[in-house]
Design a protein around this ligand. Sequence first.
Ligand SMILES: [Zn+2]
Length: 109
Amino acid sequence: MTGENCTSGCRTKDHATWGECMRSKRMLVGAMDPGHVKKWDGELYDYRDLRAQGIQPAGTTRMHIEAAKEISDNMGRPYNADELSPTEAVKNDRIERHTGKPIEEVLSV
Ligand SMILES: [Zn+2]
C-alpha cells in the first residue's frame, strides 16, 4: 500500500495522494518558484547533509528538511528545531511561498 500513489521517481514513497507526491517532487527542484531553482539546484541536501551543516530539522520528512533549509536561509545560520520551534522561527511568508502551503501545514506533515 505504501507508495502506491507515488510517482515513479519518488524517494520516500510515503505520500497519501499522487498530488501530494507531485507537490513534494516539485518542491525538491524548486519548480514552484523559478527564483528558487538557481538557489537550490544542486543543493538537494538529505537529512544527513543538513545535520552535517549543523541544521536540525524538526523531522526527517522532505517537508521538514525543506522547511529547515528555508528557516536557516531566513535566519542566516543553521536552524535547530530543538532550540526553536519551527512555527516560532518563521515569522514571515517565505516558506509559505516556497511550498505553497501555510507553514503550520508544512510542519505537521
Ligand atoms: Zn511520493
